[in-house]
Design a protein around this ligand. Structure first.
Ligand code: ACM
Ligand code: ZN
Length: 550
């Protein structure tokens, strides 16, 4: 071989994966990676599926091909049947994993072969290869056998406090997909804004989606001034039409992300009550008195339940694939209920003694409406802290582990999103000049160190932990850049808690992998700062740690 040919061959081989020294340095870390002494693997340039592939496989192959093409900047077509050259073969194979999202990925001279029992598993496996390709991982032939630790790997986004819109949501869904997160908890309604079009109640968005723009001032939810002529100059807001929602749901579904909408009740209802004061308690002139801890729906008025039924019917129709509908249930103030003849009458008729009984009654009724439509209610941990409610309601625990334990002991499925570790609206670092020991700071290492299953938790209870989730509340997050800044890189840590085996958790190794991964995310357009740049966060008020109520 002459010198030029040798040079060309060397050049060609560096474009391929080179033999294995290290494991696949990606995030989240796969469960098992074995390298094989088979020499370099080829970088796939097209996707191959069998001629007779079902539509679901064709669909995921098309998306994978699109993402593969985006890496090289050249279209990567999907081919049916045998084709020569370096390919990514996709096969539905029951034996590939015992987990529906599990997969096996092999690379060799012919490219890569991905097998999974489901299209979802193929897509998760592709994210492993995608990360390796984007990061130019120095790999040879290898076999990855991988499956998630938890079923629920979630991210929550509050669009009531600030509204980000379709493009931001899609981009966040992409970010989730890259990290193998599978549940998007969409906080669509709350006191300062209602973001979901409900045709029967046009004022929910006509009034409830707009407020006087005060983004230049420190957040003060008590100063929310909803706008009665929505969308005037000087108003802040926005909402999703039914067609927007369908578009986002299709986008999420293609990436095997379940969307769980949250429609807050009975509390955090200010926007809805200003729009429709008839669902507030008697003696609660919520629209004129403002937010005085009384932003609850009346729990004794049959009209409230007729309203809730219509809203939830629409939500169930629109979110047709959502197994859970989140109904909030947190931070419900008894003030308005205690003062209301209808609520007192309801309490008497159920033989209850206080607002806890009334809230449990409310939750039971709403959960029943959802059950009739084949859905399960989910609520914040307050719903399982008072009198018992049916155990088919799932509980999202935001306070401490004692609330998780109580919900598990009562037979509820539980998702853990503790404020202590997984509220990403709290800053990651102290701001310049902020005193040491300032609370409300959640450093990356603290997030990474979070273990969802308490030591000693009996196995039958641990089995009812569906998984983990981070929350992005947005009182203090006014822009997409700031949202990125709060999410990243802590979302990377969350993904490893949620996906990777507990025994593989290693902070030093995670931080080592995070360097190149952050660079990959930056290349993909996310604002994931190198750690040395912590002080250059976009300007915002530092949120106060959450007290009793937001
Ligand atoms: C919550 O943070 N109130 C769920
Ligand atoms: Zn009432």
């Amino acid at each position: 071989m002459n010198r030029t040919a040798l040079h060309l061959l060397t050049f060609a081989l560096t474009a391929l994966f080179s033999p294995p020294a290290s494991a696949l340095d990606i995030i989240p870390r796969p469960a098992s990676v074995e390298t094989a002494p088979n020499g370099p693997a080829s970088r796939p340039v097209r996707v191959r599926i069998a001629e007779e592939s079902p539509p679901a496989l064709r669909e995921v192959a098309a998306l994978i091909a699109e993402e593969l093409g985006a890496i090289s900047g050249k279209a990567a077509p999907v081919r049916l049947g045998d084709t020569s050259g370096a390919v990514l073969r996709l096969t539905l194979e029951t034996a590939a994993s015992t987990s529906p999202e599990g997969y096996t990925l092999r690379t060799d001279r012919d490219g890569a072969h991905l097998e999974s029992p489901t299209p979802a598993g193929l897509y998760r496996g592709w994210q492993t290869l995608r990360a390796a390709l984007e990061q130019h991982c120095d790999l040879g032939s290898f076999t990855v056998r991988d499956a998630p630790r938890f079923r629920w790997r979630g991210l929550h986004l509050d669009e009531s406090r600030h509204f980000f819109g379709k493009a931001f949501v899609k981009r966040t869904l992409d970010l989730m997909a890259r990290h193998k997160l599978n549940t998007f908890h969409w906080h669509l309604t709350d006191g300062p804004g209602w973001r979901l079009e409900i045709p029967e109640y046009p004022r929910l968005t006509g009034v409830g989606a707009w407020r006087r723009d005060k983004t230049d001032r420190p957040w003060d939810w008590r100063a929310t001034e909803l706008s009665f002529e929505g969308g005037r100059p000087g108003d802040y807001g926005g909402f999703y039409t039914e067609s927007d929602i369908r578009e986002i749901l299709a986008y999420a579904k293609a990436r095997f992300i379940t969307v769980v909408p949250e429609i807050e009740m009975p509390g955090h209802a200010y926007a809805a009550l200003v729009a429709y004061p008839e669902f507030a308690c008697e003696n609660n002139a919520v629209h004129t008195e403002g937010l005085r801890g009384k932003d609850v729906f009346c729990a004794g008025n049959p009209a409230t339940f007729a309203f809730a039924e219509t809203v939830l019917r629409r939500v169930c129709e629109l979110f047709a694939d959502a197994p859970y509908i989140h109904i909030g249930g947190d931070e419900v103030s008894p003030l308005a209920w205690n003062d209301c003849p209808k609520c007192r009458e309801r309490l008497r008729s159920i033989g209850g003694k206080d607002a806890h009984d009334l809230q449990a009654d409310f939750t039971r009724r709403i959960a029943g409406l959802l059950r009739d439509r084949g859905r399960r209610a989910m609520g914040w941990d307050e719903i399982a802290a008072g009198p018992p409610i049916p155990s088919d309601a799932a509980v999202m625990v935001w306070r401490d582990a004692a609330f998780a334990r109580r919900a598990l002991e009562r037979g509820h499925d539980v998702v853990l999103t503790p404020i202590s570790h997984l509220y990403f609206d709290l800053p990651e670092r102290r701001g310049p000049g902020e005193p040491r020991g300032a609370d409300g700071i959640t450093p990356l290492e603290k997030v990474y160190g979070y273990e969802p299953v308490e030591p000693g938790l009996p196995e039958p209870l641990a089995n009812n932990i569906l998984g983990v989730q981070a929350c992005l509340w947005t009182e203090h997050i006014t822009t997409p850049a700031l949202a990125d800044h709060r999410l990243l890189p802590r979302l990377c840590a969350l993904s490893e808690i949620a996906w990777s085996p507990a025994a593989s958790r290693d902070t030093g190794d995670f931080l080592r992998r995070l360097g190149p991964w952050s660079e990959t995310l930056r290349q993909a357009g996310y604002r994931c700062k190198p750690r040395a740049e912590d002080a250059s966060a976009p300007k915002s008020a530092t949120p106060k740690p959450k007290a009793a109520s937001r």
